[in-house]
Design a protein. Structure first.
Ligand SMILES: Nc1ncnc2c1ncn2[C@@H]1O[C@H](COP(=O)(O)OP(=O)(O)OP(=O)(O)O)[C@@H](O)[C@H]1O
Length: 365
């Protein structure tokens, strides 16, 4: 699917499409997005001085049950007033799942200074995946430096869990201020490989079994806001059985982990709409924090849920934590599929290998 976006110029802010190759391959936006584009087009003036930096905003208009699109529209005048002087502000609305990946790849190849995800963790996840292609970082056509495009985030999703690790709120105005300030830091990204599958990337938390199943179901109930995680968890509990897994940490020997309820691989700290599951996860540490819950019963969640939210569960019985740079996980039992998700998006089933790519992306933070 070809990408499309519009450049919003300085001054009084007329907007024009940008005459670069991939913009010319633009598809027409979906009708509901067209109104948003039109409203921008009516407001602006155009400019594309070569010295100005291109900031590409990848907006999921359907994020947070459609709130992202509405908030983005309200945010644009502020964005223009703060960034118009120095930057070309380019917006691209996604037309459906996975579109953000293509937009990001094209923007990097065309030399964008930053690609900024506007939406929730799902949108951020797709943008992060757009930083890679065929197992390698995407590079600019004209420059040798593979990582010259920075990643940014305007958190406007239902959970927006990655933002919580940085202490950011779902406040788009604060996010714009961060982009204006322009501080950048290198962050780690997780890569997941499976049998005969292409590599897949994550920036927040990947998880296995009950929590992944809960995430799978919760995505059907996003219209309930943060309550979707509770409804998803209740549905996942029905018919849930703890299972024995085989794991290999940092390329060592295989170990058996019995009666695993959930295994969570944190590049950051939060998942499930604010649960501090891997409380020591840090995307600048070069390691994952792996937290395993074993032999949990449904009532353990009721009794210990507050600890999971606060991140004080590591001392609870049957909870373990360790720092790793790679972990392979297999299902021992031949019957039943064990769910895997990454950044809250369903990925498939075991077996999978998770490895860290230290400092691979520069992030605006
Ligand atoms: N135009 C679109 N129409 C429908 N779905 C889309 C569109 N663009 C992206 N998506 C999908 O929407 C999903 C959810 O998006 P996003 O993460 O931004 O919001 P959220 O689910 O409300 O927030 P969070 O993931 O933080 O809970 C993503 O998986 C993405 O693939």
């Amino acid at each position: 699917m070809a990408g499309y976006y519009y450049q919003i110029g300085p001054g009084s802010g007329m907007v024009s499409t940008v005459s670069k190759p991939w913009y010319l391959r633009a598809e027409l936006p979906m009708s509901s997005d067209l109104s948003l584009h039109r409203s921008i087009l009516q407001g602006g003036s155009s400019s594309s001085s070569p010295s100005r930096r291109d900031l590409v905003f990848v907006v999921n208009p359907r994020g947070a049950n459609g709130t992202t699109g509405k908030e983005w529209k309200k945010l644009l005048p502020y964005l223009r007033s703060r960034l118009d002087k120095d930057c070309n502000i380019c917006e691209s609305l996604t037309s459906g799942p996975y579109h953000a990946i293509d937009i990001t790849r094209e923007a990097i190849r065309e030399g964008a200074d930053a690609v900024i995800a506007v939406g929730g963790d799902g949108t951020l996840h797709e943008v992060v995946n757009g930083f890679f292609w065929a197992g390698k970082p995407v590079i600019n056509h004209d420059r040798e430096d593979a990582h010259s495009t920075a990643l940014g985030l305007i958190p406007l999703g239902t959970g927006s869990d990655f933002a919580r690790t940085w202490g950011w709120k779902n406040d788009p105005y604060e996010a714009v201020d961060r982009i204006v300030e322009g501080l950048r830091s290198r962050v780690d990204v997780g890569v997941i490989s499976g049998e005969n599958e292409e590599s897949h990337y994550f920036i927040n938390v990947a998880d296995i079994h009950l929590s992944a199943k809960a995430g799978y179901y919760s995505s059907r109930y996003k219209r309930f806001g943060n309550l979707c995680y509770v409804v998803g968890a209740l549905q996942a509990f029905m018919g849930h059985r703890n299972c024995d897994l085989r794991v290999k940490v940092n390329g060592g020997a295989w170990e058996i982990c019995s009666q695993v309820t959930a295994l969570c691989i944190g590049n950051a700290k939060y998942f499930g709409g604010g649960m501090r599951i891997t409380p020591n996860g840090d995307p600048r540490s070069g390691e994952f924090e792996v937290v395993m819950l074993q032999d949990f019963k449904w009532y353990d969640f009721i009794l210990k849920l507050h600890k999971l939210y606060k991140g004080t569960h590591l001392t609870v019985k049957n909870v373990s934590s360790r720092s790793v740079h790679s972990i392979e996980v297999e299902n021992i039992s031949v019957s039943g599929s064990v769910y895997v998700q990454s950044d809250g998006e369903h990925l498939g089933f075991l077996p999978r290998k998770f490895s860290i790519l230290p400092s691979v992306i520069e992030m605006i933070c």
